[in-house]
Design a protein around this ligand. Structure first.
Ligand SMILES: NC(=O)C1=CN([C@@H]2O[C@H](COP(=O)(O)OP(=O)(O)OC[C@H]3O[C@@H](n4cnc5c(N)ncnc54)[C@H](OP(=O)(O)O)[C@@H]3O)[C@@H](O)[C@H]2O)C=CC1
Ligand SMILES: CC(=O)N[C@@H](CCC(=O)OP(=O)(O)O)C(=O)O
Length: 341
């Protein structure tokens, strides 16, 4: 795997250690090549004495599956040198967007193209994203906010219950979402005991990704106001998502649409009525917890979603996708039990 010293890479390795069908091969990094994995991830049991090697596509090509957990742009470069026979699961954004103009506008780098989108449970017109993933050799794992928000709202769009304009989302993320490299706004003294918004006003790079997913469910262009916030916790996302219901939609009908969308899904759970998702309940688990309510005064549905950004939001999704690509049971080796309190 590439990016093994980072947060997403560390979480992939934690999950692979517990997976019955995977054996961890080469672990690669960039500046930290030559150091031991345990210096970065002391929690990784039998892997802590492994030495990180430089990221060399020729070495990675010798594996059945390559996980890329690299900064945007870096994964497209590595992927270009990997043979078609290798299953490549990219945790970065490089291949998530189907609209090259949106890519250039939000990422300001050349567009590398798009791969099947790795959110298997995502409802869209006429099916689920899973339909594209079985047996494929290239998968783009979603961003963490798009995972939470898309799972929260897509059922209402797929069932034609929501107006496509005027979607509003405010979401809080733990600081590991920003990766491990030092950034001034992530200093302990800045983060502890304080919450702060960022990427306000439609400029966050996850806007086009969420719009892409919700538009595919709606069968029409969706407009979105998205405000991310940073929360003083290491992991977790809590997204509060609201959209206008089509006139005459009852709370019962709305609930039924969400129940139907996720019935039989192991990794997306609509909680019993009245119980609301918390980030604490999903820590370390490859699961999204959802709940919804209809705000009758405003005619809006309010859906909250909680995920662990590093598990269902990245690494768990990556392993789930690898299972699908390899023809293994989709749930193989993945935990749905959180760590609490
Ligand atoms: N953190 C999260 O919650 C989520 C992350 N992702 C995505 O996963 C990817 C990794 O994120 P994250 O783990 O948080 O990031 P980190 O900053 O924690 O880790 C980045 C990793 O990439 C390596 N790296 C950096 N530059 C290069 C390069 N040019 N070539 C090879 N390796 C390189 C680093 O190695 P070294 O230590 O040697 O510098 C490190 O192992 C990103 O694309 C991110 O957007 C997706 C969803 C959620
Ligand atoms: C708290 C925080 O900073 N979160 C990150 C999102 C992490 C994620 O999903 O990232 P990628 O799209 O980069 O894979 C951010 O807002 O940029």
């Amino acid at each position: 795997m590439a990016g093994a010293s980072g947060y997403a890479g560390g979480e992939i390795l934690r999950l692979l250690l517990a997976h019955p069908e995977f054996e961890v091969g080469e672990v690669c990094a960039a500046g930290n090549a030559g150091t031991l994995l345990g210096e970065h991830h002391p929690h990784l049991g039998s892997l802590v004495d492994r030495e990180l090697s430089a990221t060399d596509p020729a070495v990675l090509a010798d594996h059945d599956v390559v996980f890329l957990a690299l900064p945007h742009g870096a994964s497209a470069q590595v992927a270009a040198e990997l043979p078609d026979s290798v299953v490549v699961i990219d945790c970065g954004a490089d291949f998530r967007l189907t609209d090259g103009h949106a890519w250039v506008r939000f990422y300001d780098t050349p567009y590398a193209g798009s791969w099947p989108y790795g959110l298997p449970e995502l409802p869209r017109r006429g099916g689920k994203a899973r339909d594209d993933l079985r047996g494929t050799r290239r998968i783009a794992v979603p961003g963490c906010y798009p995972t939470a928000v898309s799972l929260a709202l897509a059922p209402g769009f797929a069932a034609d219950l929501l107006e496509p304009e005027d979607v509003v989302v405010v979401a809080a993320s733990g600081t590991s979402g920003a990766g491990k490299s030092a950034k001034p706004h992530l200093l302990g003294a800045e983060v502890m005991g304080s919450m702060s918004p960022y990427g306000v006003g439609g400029v966050h790079r996850h806007v086009p990704e969420i719009v892409q997913n919700l538009s595919a469910a709606a069968g029409a262009p969706v407009t979105l106001s998205f405000t991310p916030t940073l929360a003083p916790m290491p992991r977790g996302i809590l997204a509060t998502c609201t959209a206008r219901l089509r006139p005459g939609t009852t709370p019962e009908r709305a609930r039924e649409a969400w129940e139907r969308a996720y019935s039989g899904e192991e990794f997306v759970r609509l909680l019993p009525e009245g119980r609301w998702p918390t980030t604490g309940a999903v820590l370390g688990a490859n699961i999204a917890h959802l709940q919804l309510a209809v705000d009758e005064a405003t005619g809006r549905v309010v859906v909250t979603a909680a995920i662990d950004n590093l598990t269902k939001g990245t690494a768990g999704a990556a392993v789930q996708c690898a299972n699908l690509a390899l023809g293994l049971p989709e749930t193989c080796g993945l935990p749905t039990t959180g760590v609490a309190p």
